[in-house]
Write a protein that binds this ligand. Sequence first.
Ligand code: ATP
Ligand code: MG
Length: 425
Amino acid sequence: MTSKLSAVKGMNDILPPESARWEWFESQIRELMRVYGYRNVRTPIVEPTPLFVRGIGEVTDIVEKEMYSFTDSLNGEPLTLRPENTAAIVRATVEHNLLYDGGKRLWYTGPMFRHERPQRGRYRQFHQVGAEALGFAGPDVDAELILMARRLWTMLGLRGLRLEINCLGQSAERASHRAKLIAYFEAHAEQLDEDARRRLHSNPLRILDTKNPAMQELVQGAPRLLDELGEESRAHFEGLQQLLQAAGQEFTVNPRLVRGLDYYNLSVFEWVSDQLGAQGTVCAGGRYDGLIEQIGGKPAPACGWALGIERVLDLLAQAERQPQAAVPDAYVVLAHAPALPRALQVAEELRAAGLAVLMHAGGGSMKSQMKKADASGARHALIFGENEWLAGEVGVKSLRAGGEQQQRSVPLQPASLLIDCLSGA
Ligand code: ATP
Ligand code: MG
């Protein structure tokens, strides 16, 4: 026997009926983006590796150890399966000069790839939805983006998501904070874990983002970036907070919120749930005013977020928010084989009228076909038997409990008779 093949570890098949929840979620996302005026962008899944090294930052979890990178065997080009999509959106924005006539509001969705240890809420292929507002300095769009996520929770019927915000300031402020941070951690060198020791001089801010429980106390006592902020950064942060308050949105300021990617400045935020175990961040984002220039564009500010679809769907499953499974309006039972061409034609007419019709396939007795019709969840069985065929009719039987159990014959001409019969009560 040949050995069985299975999916790559940490990469999932999404199957019915679970896929119905995905489709429903995607339809809500499209509606959300429509009402906020964000327009869809689709970029390739593979990008040149330097895009992410430059865009995300060399000393980050993603670039250091999570990327699926390979060399194009034909031309030797270093390529990477996208670990996130903001860098690619910025690349596309610059490449196609999208900001030539002002700011743009864009959104995307699709699979992302990171070589992480698979666990609940953490996969190697996972899916994100992202919204990016490019060319706007904020804090108005920062608030808009946050409120947009809030509207999504409402649309999905999700409760209990907390908002945390922080301000990362500008690079000069981060530099002065950085010096204090290094001094602080050097003074407590014996408490640093291996990751932290490695990052102490390359990216000390990221030490604040550690998930190591043993380091939490040390990190709590570290100098705060908020204390280094100058007037402009403070005003931006104040502005955001006022807009959120005016919109009735509660939040907590979390000075340890630094985000895993290097490109952020000023506003950063996370929507967090307590119902997901260790992987509680559902939606995360912030401002990245330097990225467009770093990717080779004319300097322009930008802000955005990305949400992890698997984590949101986990919350939906817990809330038992299962969309109605799509059921066929009719299941076609072929009791008289020569009626097949006519049955196909009738099925096409019904579908053209918007009805969902499942054709029986694979032959079998009338009894076994009726069993399949029942199991399909269809509302009606359409029975093409010999008598009906001769009379130019079809037998219609309700399959719903409480429905009319008697089979009745409905003429096939005009087609509206059958359509009314199936779409009516
Ligand atoms: P984490 O701290 O959980 O690793 P991150 O900071 O790396 O998250 P981002 O790069 O900001 O995450 O991605 C935005 C969102 O995408 C996350 O908040 C999360 O919901 C989701 N996400 C990130 N990595 C994964 C993954 N490996 N599997 C599933 N979802 C993920
Ligand atoms: Mg991560």
